[in-house]
Design a protein around this ligand. Structure first.
Ligand SMILES: O=C(O)c1[nH]c(=O)[nH]c(=O)c1I
Length: 310
């Protein structure tokens, strides 16, 4: 079977890569993803200046996934720009850069720098960080999203994507799709970011499991798979001439297959990568290949977006 996918000028030997935020804050981590069976890699969302992030513990494994309130810890955009400048773009694994400025001005300054560097990497603009106390997720404010994107496309003229929060209402899917469809150079969306501000309780200690925000954090893993699949399918259905990247609940070939069946061009792995390490990519890749073989599909396009309804 052929697991390759070519989209937006990048060629991936398989559709799997890391979710921004996991195993991608340092060059050592990024190199580990690049050295793994992953088909691509993406950097930790970056800000203008380096950030420590929220107090620890800020990540915890949960019975069916994870909770995190990292608080955007990152080395600052210059670090990732330098990594991108030194990266072997011909090496076969596309590099994506996630940008998540603390303000529109910061986003524009970072995007202008990436523009001027004229590198082959694709930008994923994060509209959905749920863990900055006092800062709402842009993606939940349709007016703000439209304004940010209007300013972004004045500065950044290359194709780019956005990381979206999960939506839970058909009206919201339609509203956000309408905003996104008015930006032709916005060529992909990544659905979904973590399900924001969940609460995991440890029964024995009768306590929360992470320190920031009274224990509130973004939820990932098995918990979010149905929501992730719904967002992938809805935006796949509603967006014009854009790709949807699936993220949320992928821990085996089965969920990767589901995301692609729902319309995903490629698939990101977060919680499972955090817990299992980079070996998960070869395992999930082989499981996906076996599933395709079993079902008689030769390529991803044979079943992409072909979810049956009743
Ligand atoms: O807390 C984080 O750093 C974080 N955590 C997430 O779950 N999603 C995000 O987009 C971010 I920027």
């Amino acid at each position: 079977v052929d697991l390759s996918v070519s989209w937006l000028g990048v060629n991936m030997e398989n559709p799997l890569y890391n979710a921004s935020g996991v195993m991608c804050r340092s060059r050592e981590e990024l190199d580990a993803v690049a050295a793994s069976a992953a088909g691509a890699l993406i950097t930790k969302s970056c800000t203008l200046l380096p950030r420590e992030g929220n107090p620890e513990p800020r990540y915890a494994k949960a019975p069916h996934g994870s909770i995190n309130s990292m608080g955007l810890p990152n080395a600052g955009y210059q670090y990732y720009l330098d990594y991108a400048k030194a990266y072997d773009h011909q090496g076969g694994k596309p590099l994506f850069v996630s940008v998540s400025g603390m303000s529109l001005e910061d986003n524009l300054e970072m995007l202008a720098a990436f523009r001027d560097a004229d590198l082959p990497c694709l930008v994923e603009l994060n509209l959905s960080c749920p863990n900055l106390p006092g800062k709402p997720q842009i993606g939940y404010d349709f007016e703000a999203s439209s304004h940010v994107l209007s300013e972004v496309v004045k500065v950044y003229h290359k194709p780019f994507g956005v990381k979206l929060p999960p939506y839970f209402d058909p009206v919201h899917f339609a509203e956000m799709a309408s905003v996104l469809n008015s930006f032709p150079s916005l060529k992909y969306v990544t659905c979904i970011n973590s399900v924001g501000n969940g609460l995991v309780i440890d029964l024995d200690s009768e306590s929360v499991v992470i320190k920031p925000k009274g224990g509130l954090g973004g939820i990932g893993g098995d918990y979010v798979l149905p929501t992730a699949l719904a967002n992938v399918r809805e935006f796949y259905r509603l967006l014009d001439d854009k790709h949807v990247i699936g993220c949320g609940g992928v821990k085996s070939g089965r969920e990767a297959f589901m995301h692609i069946l729902a319309g995903a061009t490629a698939v990101q792995v977060g919680t499972c990568l955090y817990e299992e390490g980079a070996a998960c990519f070869a395992r999930i890749r082989d499981e996906l290949a076996a599933l395709m073989q079993q079902k008689g599909y030769a390529t991803l396009a044979d079943f992409r977006g072909k979810l049956k309804t009743m």
